[in-house]
Design a binder for this molecule. Structure first.
Ligand code: SF4
Ligand code: SF4
Ligand code: SF4
Length: 361
């Protein structure tokens, strides 16, 4: 199976962190190049889309357990289901509504981090701020994060969200599968809150067995596909549905090979001399070339084209981030200056007695 340019761009940053070899300490580089083997006893969640009623109780529970800000639209308002909502720094999970065939039969799909077995985001993170844990959760350590946002580009599911509005201490935000709760022997908040058992928490292997049984017992209800069993090398979050996943807003073009598997091979055969983007492109392309034996001329054209796209993408992202940070900073400075001017303009008579000493009488 070949890879598309879109996949290439998405995965490029998975190796970009490792590709920055000359810029980071050896130990950090080693971490970046590590190939995740997956953990046999790891946990996961099975989302049975055929059981989901779109009640948003999982969203509410996620908001509570993660102490996130209250949403603009309260959780008991189901009007938002008609929107194509995306994840954000304040929203680790959303439920969206789809009508795959019959306009009278809506299907509800919960979206959050899929906790890939071999996460592209973690592979892209050269300081190991994102890590695959033995529990199955992919966690984030903000104290290590340098804000490079490679993880955002690397994730094929468009999951990590960045706190652009925070000028000083922005973080990458996403679902952690409620890792602290799992470590205490609890279920993830969303699973516990689901009134329809549309979410099941357990060992990933057992969830796959259970999912297969459901398909075998009810072939009229389910399509014969467990989403996440093999997508991108497998994910800890698994899905069952009665309709093709492409009709439910889920990507079906990802293939079964994990992003790090591509990039680790690439790094072994590419001289560590060129820039991050060029290195990864060349490396990934070398693998593709081996697989598809495409002509040299095509290769050069494709590398050039993809490199241009990558550079444009990175420039655009950096410039957006810079603008957002500058805007927030300017607004804060303006507010402070206006406040100071207003204070200075107050007639002395208006000043409360004792203010000179900073005290009230
Ligand atoms: S879904 Fe995205 S953010 Fe979540 S583990 Fe996979 S690559 Fe990382
Ligand atoms: S596992 Fe936890 S963090 Fe993830 S969506 Fe569910 S409640 Fe939110
Ligand atoms: S709580 Fe359960 S039924 Fe309700 S929207 Fe979430 S997954 Fe679906």
């Amino acid at each position: 199976m070949g890879i598309t340019r879109r996949q290439l761009l998405g995965w490029m940053a998975a190796g970009a962190g490792a590709g920055a070899g000359g810029l980071v300490p050896t130990s950090v580089r080693a971490a970046a190049n590590m190939h995740f083997a997956g953990f046999p006893q790891s946990k996961g969640v099975l989302h049975d889309i055929t059981l989901c009623i779109g009640c948003r109780k999982c969203e509410a529970a996620c908001n509570t357990v993660n102490e996130l800000p209250a949403p603009e639209t309260p959780f008991d308002n189901l009007d938002v289901l008609k929107l194509d909502r995306q994840l954000s720094p304040e929203t680790y999970t959303v439920v969206n509504r789809f009508y795959p065939t019959d306009p009278r039969k809506p299907q509800f799909v919960k979206k959050q981090c899929n906790h890939c077995l071999e996460p592209a985001c973690a592979s892209a993170c050269f300081v190991k701020a994102l890590r695959k844990q033995k529990t199955g959760a992919v966690t984030y350590d903000e104290s290590l994060c340098v804000g490079c946002r490679y993880c955002m580009i690397a994730c094929p599911f468009n999951v990590p969200a960045y706190e652009y509005h925070k000028a000083l201490t922005p973080r990458v935000m996403k679902c952690t599968m409620c890792h602290p709760r799992i470590e205490k022997g609890l279920q993830p908040g969303c699973v516990e809150a689901c009134p329809k058992e549309a979410l099941t928490f357990g060992h990933r292997d057992e969830l796959i067995r259970a999912a297969r049984q459901r398909i075998e017992r009810h072939p009229e209800r389910y399509i014969n596909h467990i989403y996440g069993e093999t997508e991108m090398g497998g994910t800890s979050w698994l899905y069952l549905a009665g309709h093709p996943f492409g009709t439910l807003g889920m990507r079906e073009d990802l293939g079964v090979v994990s992003a790090p598997e591509f990039t680790s091979g690439a790094l072994a055969i590419v001289p560590m001399i060129v820039s991050v983007g060029v290195m990864l492109l060349t490396g990934i392309y070398a693998i593709n070339q081996r697989r598809e034996k495409i002509a040299d001329e095509e290769r050069r054209d494709a590398v050039d084209q993809t490199r241009e796209e990558f550079e444009a993408l990175m420039q655009q992202k950096l410039s957006e981030q810079k603008k957002a940070a500058e805007k927030a900073k300017d607004a804060a400075i303006k507010r402070e200056v206006e406040k100071a001017l207003a204070e200075a303009a107050k007639p002395e008579a208006d000043q409360p007695a004792g203010e000179e000493n900073g005290k009230e009488e």
